[in-house]
Write a protein of this length. Structure first.
Ligand SMILES: Nc1ncnc2c1ncn2[C@@H]1O[C@H](COP(=O)(O)OP(=O)(O)OP(=O)(O)O)[C@@H](O)[C@H]1O
Ligand SMILES: [Mg+2]
Length: 376
């Protein structure tokens, strides 16, 4: 995989089925001896080959597992506070979520947790006591893959059948997380990995994930400044502090457009620009007095006047122009994910079961074995 390239500018992408599919795997942390015994020193077992990614909270290396001779990805967390704050909160969240979800086909597999060696402090990256998560290695992240391909070819590397497959893999991962009362909160292209050997998409990076209480009207009180700007749904842009797993589905809608077109569409430069982009492409936000989304009036940034929702005009709905050659079923899925009212937005489970686009006989999704392996 080529070194990670940042897409866009500013904080756009940064933070501020079947029983078989969901069956247990014997190689996940839950069953591994390392989870119960002494932590392995990273350099005793893994040899770093290259640095492949650096995000807000982690540095990721490609490495070789000296025991199995397989490639793995090592993620070292970057402490964002003073050392005496202890284990970074994002890493703790990531670990908690992975322990519950890492046995799913479309969620990156956590193989081990290791620490840097005290004997050779400094060599493993930043001194002793660092924790490294060891993941299965995936050849691509979809942000890099799509950006690089678009630069060379001016289109998406994926045809319509492959887009359907990737969307159904993503929705299966989300259905699984949401059924376990967990929201990802940072679904974006660079957090979607593609294993070309198996033709499978894997959802990754659970540093912002949080549990939610299903009985509290499907909402939790949390910070609205989650989800990278380009993938942030209207309710968060309007300052909602209670929100639901529906935020992940809006992001899935944004991913759908990027997979299909090969470039981001809702790529605002700041929050106001993002809101304007959404209106320009998706259409007018249901009016203040309309019944389509009555809860909108009470959202903090609407109430205090910080965000002014334009009166219903005739917004160009540019997305419809961009998708003029799409089937009705494709449009239905897209508009049902990019639905303003989070209560009306399709759930992952509903989309997987009801979408004619994903389930219809015409141009059906590829099986994983039929998915592209190389992108020339
Ligand atoms: N298992 C893996 N296999 C291959 N590459 C990986 C793997 N995990 C992560 N990467 C690469 O490292 C990058 C950063 O990883 P990750 O998203 O987990 O870290 P992060 O610091 O939380 O990121 P950010 O804040 O940018 O979202 C990914 O975008 C991807 O390019
Ligand atoms: Mg990431």
């Amino acid at each position: 995989m080529p070194p990670k390239r940042k897409r866009g500018s500013g904080n756009d992408r940064k933070r501020n089925t079947s029983n078989r599919e969901e069956s247990q795997s014997s190689t996940t942390l839950g069953q591994s001896k390392a989870a119960f015994g002494r932590c392995v020193y990273v350099s005793d077992r893994y040899e770093k080959v290259a640095r492949i990614g650096e995000g807000t909270y982690g540095i990721v290396y490609k490495a070789i597992d000296k025991v199995t001779s397989r490639h793995v990805a090592l993620k070292r967390s970057i402490p964002h506070h003073q050392a005496d704050d202890g284990f970074p909160a994002t890493s703790l969240r990531e670990l908690q979520t992975l322990r519950l979800c890492s046995n799913h086909d479309h969620i990156v597999k956590l193989l081990d947790v290791t620490v840097s060696s005290r004997k050779i402090s400094g060599q493993d990256g930043g001194g002793s006591g660092n924790v490294f998560f060891v993941f299965e290695f995936c050849e691509y992240d979809l942000a890099n893959l799509i950006d690089d391909y678009y630069k060379r070819r001016g289109r998406s590397p994926f045809d319509i059948r492959a887009v359907k497959t990737l969307m159904s893999h993503l929705l299966k991962a989300l259905r699984y997380m949401h059924s376990r009362c967990l929201i990802h909160r940072d679904v974006k292209l660079s957090n979607l990995l593609y294993c070309s050997k198996t033709g499978m998409l894997k959802l990754a990076d659970f540093g912002l994930s949080r549990p939610f209480a299903p009985n509290c009207e499907n909402s939790i009180s949390l910070t609205p400044t989650v989800a990278s700007l380009w993938y942030r749904p209207p309710e968060l842009l309007f300052g909602a502090i209670t929100y639901s797993q529906a935020i992940d589905l809006w992001a899935a809608g944004c991913i759908f457009t990027e997979l299909a077109f090969g470039h981001p569409v809702l790529n605002g430069k700041n929050e106001m620009d993002q809101i304007n982009k959404i209106i320009e492409y998706v259409g007018d936000i249901p009016g203040m007095n309309g019944d389509d989304w009555p809860e909108m009036r009470d959202l903090p940034r609407i109430k205090d006047g910080a965000v002014k929702v334009p009166a219903a005009s005739s917004s160009p709905r540019r997305l419809l122009d961009l998708c003029s050659n799409w089937s009705l079923a494709g449009l239905r899925l897209l508009t049902s994910l990019l639905e303003y009212n989070p209560r009306k937005r399709w759930t992952a489970s509903y989309a997987l079961e009801q979408s004619e686009y994903l389930n219809g006989a015409e141009q059906p999704p590829y099986t994983s074995a039929e998915m592209p392996r190389r992108f020339l």
